[in-house]
Design a protein around this ligand. Sequence first.
Ligand code: HEC
Ligand code: HEC
Length: 154
Amino acid sequence: MRLQLVLPALLAALSLPAHADRLPVPANPLYIEECGACHLAYPPQLLDAHSWLHVMNGLPKHFGTDASLDDARRTAIADFLGANAGSRKTGVTADAKGQPLLRIRDTAYFQRKHREVASAVWTRASIKSPANCAACHVKAAAGDYSERSVTIPK
Ligand code: HEC
Ligand code: HEC
């Protein structure tokens, strides 16, 4: 009797992380082609729509590189990111002054999830940067950020 009461609750609790660690990128060949060329095509869910708009409006000066697109492609990708942006997971991705954050790594959600990663780890030659998600999340391209698919390289 007791087990029958406890088991469903336990199973429900166990099944939660399986959802929390899945961030699939909605199918969009143009996004994968253009925004997956230099780094992983990041999950749109990790920045809010305002942040993505600022990223997309600043492509000629994109984190020290030129990631310009023609207007048609830029608009199509901006629409896609806007439509799939943000979520209950990340909330608003802005700084204390309300300015949109452009980096996923600067969001409260990312920082909370990576609290246990020591700062020296991020700059290892095998990792280079927090932006290099797939260095540790070996199944990131499939949207799998679960604990069991994390391998921090030496
Ligand atoms: C020409 C190469 C290039 C292309 C194309 C490119 N990026 Fe980037 N992107 C970079 C570089 C370089 C960084 C900085 C990486 C770092 O700090 O280690 C970056 C960083 C980012 C970051 C911040 C990640 C973080 O949390 O630090 C976001 C968001 C981003 N890019 C989105 C996009 C989007 C959206 C597109 C497509 C419109 C795109 N990128 C296309 C080179 C590129
Ligand atoms: C240095 C290795 C490393 C890099 C690089 C890295 N992560 Fe992580 N990430 C981790 C570790 C370790 C955890 C915690 C795993 C755990 O305990 O669930 C984690 C957790 C997460 C989680 C939470 C998963 C869950 O179970 O709730 C998400 C989402 C995530 N990372 C996304 C990203 C994204 C997106 C990037 C790139 C912008 C990134 N990570 C870069 C190591 C890394």
